[in-house]
Design a protein around this ligand. Structure first.
Ligand SMILES: *Cc1c(COP(=O)(O)O)cnc(C)c1O
Length: 411
């Protein structure tokens, strides 16, 4: 952990608990590791901002020279607000309306198209706007060789089996396809799988005349605990760059290589500081009940994600097994049978890997307030989002006056 325990406790003392803390220097290191792992002529890294959209984090990525990957009109607006050039934003939504699409097109960002009916509408109404086609590569071309990119029935992208249909639309409507995009969404550990997906994309790119961009999305797996498998970016970058450069040379094409890492950039930079409200002994286990719940960090309940937890108040305490649970009126279990240094009421438990898909998935369920966010840069803690107040929860509710008629009055 790069942020010292004392500083974390200071942050908690100043901003209260629970609180999200992000190590900006770790984000810088992640970005540098990623970009230095590839050696191609033109690499563009679009940070997938749904992982963590705090404006200050977006500005940090802007300063680093990154682009953005946005999956909604509002993320595009946040990106523009943070100062990104529209040309450095790639909009890769899924299943959105043509109306949202048209509003984003006004901003002149890069856009991907992920279904045939949208492709046709864009072709008819905006034939000149350059587009990227999102392919769902679930099977190898030819259909006999399955590759393990998961999500066979994924809703994302246009099926590779519909390539003839895509080509027909592009030709008839004279659509300006500048890029091929793929994002499988699965954790890809084996670099060879990645390269096989790329081969598939190369073979698709071959069928278009003016491809200047190949976007391989993300799918990089990070470590949540010691011994976890993860994507070795340096190794992947080396092997991939060689293959990519050979392709460009062989076809005599200048192509921008794009990636859209989210989790890789911010997951390990985030820490979530919580306090133990209650230690409850039952016949079968000991619960450590903390001052947060699935309203603030839903990944363990939502998709069985593992988050490392440490008791930073009692680092030398005897290790015991605990069920760490939230304070929401639902079964919100963060961890079952987890070995922690003895937990006492009032102790601070810290969650690791709390940078990606944690705050951005937080809600006001049970009408609880969302926590503040603090960024630590070069040793200095800066508040980047205030804790909500009851005003935030009441805001936007016009509270019109109304009366019940006598028939519906009860009692
Ligand atoms: C979510 C998303 C990403 C980022 O995925 P990570 O696993 O967080 O790296 C990239 N591209 C698209 C289109 C996405 O929807």
């Amino acid at each position: 952990m790069m942020i010292p325990t004392e500083q974390l406790l200071d942050i908690q003392a100043e901003y209260g608990s629970p609180v999200y803390v992000y190590d900006a220097n770790q984000i810088v290191d992640n970005y540098k590791l990623f970009t230095s792992s590839f050696s191609v002529k033109d690499l563009k890294v679009h940070y997938a901002c749904k992982a963590l959209t705090n404006i200050s984090i977006l500005k940090l990525f802007k300063k680093l020279g990154a682009g953005l990957d946005c999956v909604s009109e509002q993320e595009v607006q946040l990106g523009l607000h943070a100062g990104f050039d529209p040309n450095d934003i790639i909009y890769t939504p899924n299943g959105v309306s043509i109306e949202e699409y048209e509003r984003v097109l006004q901003h002149k960002t890069k856009v991907t198209v992920d279904n045939l009916s949208l492709l046709e509408k864009i072709g008819v109404n905006y034939p000149d706007h350059p587009i990227h086609i999102r392919i769902n590569p679930h099977l190898m071309a030819g259909g006999n060789q399955k590759i393990s990119v998961g999500h066979i029935d994924s809703k994302f992208g246009i099926s590779i089996h519909q390539l003839p249909h895509i080509l027909r639309l592009v030709k008839t409507l004279n659509i300006n396809v500048e890029g091929i995009h793929v994002h499988t969404g699965s954790d890809i550990i084996d670099k060879d799988v990645f390269i096989r997906v790329a081969e598939l994309i190369f073979s698709i790119a071959d069928q278009f005349d003016n491809i200047t961009s190949i976007d391989l999305g993300s799918g990089f797996k990070v470590q949540y605990k010691d011994g976890d498998m993860y994507t070795d970016i340096a190794k992947l970058g080396k092997a991939f760059s060689d293959r990519f450069n050979a392709y460009c040379q062989e076809k005599n094409r200048e192509i921008t290589l794009r990636f859209e890492p989210g989790k890789f950039m911010v997951s390990n930079a985030g820490f979530f500081l919580t306090k133990v409200n209650v230690v409850k002994q039952t016949t079968s286990c000991t619960f450590a009940g903390i001052n947060t719940g699935l309203n603030h960090l839903i990944r363990p309940m939502f998709y069985d994600a593992y988050h490392g937890i440490e008791n930073i108040s009692n680092p030398t305490g005897e290790q015991k097994l605990y069920s760490v649970v939230g304070n929401i009126c639902e079964t919100d279990t963060f961890a079952d049978n987890r070995l922690l240094n003895e937990v006492r009421e009032g102790d601070t438990l810290i969650f690791k890997n709390a940078g990606a898909y944690c705050f951005t998935m937080a809600s006001n369920y049970n009408s609880r307030l969302r926590p503040p966010e603090v960024m630590v840069l070069n040793g200095k803690a800066i508040l980047i989002r205030e804790r909500e107040t009851i005003k935030d929860i009441l805001s936007g509710q016009p509270e019109p006056t109304f009366t019940l008629t006598s028939e519906v009055k009860v009692g």
